[in-house]
Write a protein that binds this ligand. Structure first.
Ligand SMILES: [Zn+2]
Length: 120
């Protein structure tokens, strides 16, 4: 069985989300980190999503995008997945800064992979 490198996995996750295959991307992430697959939803969590692209509900184990377009935003989805990953691993949900860094790392891997296609 072919196992992708971590960088390949990260680039794939970003590519899938940009390709509107967010569920597939989240399954890939969950498999890679050996955690349960979070639910995905679109909607507003009362008092929580004002001015926010998405939230993670620890009780529901659900990533909720405020609007559909955020479902296809790799930075937003991977950031929220980080909270899921931390929560189900028995830690607290992790800081915003670390969630951002986690997401940016995926985007960097995607850009590096794209570099070979001549996109600088
Ligand atoms: Zn966050």
């Amino acid at each position: 069985m072919l196992t992708p490198t971590e960088d390949q996995m990260k680039a794939s996750v970003v590519a899938l989300i940009l390709d509107s295959k967010t569920e597939e991307a989240i399954r890939l992430l969950s498999r890679w980190y050996r955690v349960s697959v979070p639910r995905l939803g679109i909607g507003v969590v009362a008092g929580k999503t004002k001015g926010v692209a998405a939230v993670y509900s620890q009780n529901r184990k659900e990533i909720m995008a405020a609007r559909r377009e955020f479902m296809y935003d790799p930075f937003v989805m991977i950031h929220e997945f980080y909270h899921h990953l931390r929560s189900v691993s028995g830690h607290h949900r992790g800081t915003e800064k670390r969630a951002d860094r986690f997401a940016l790392d995926f985007i960097d891997a995607y850009r590096r992979a794209g570099g070979s296609r001549g996109q600088g």
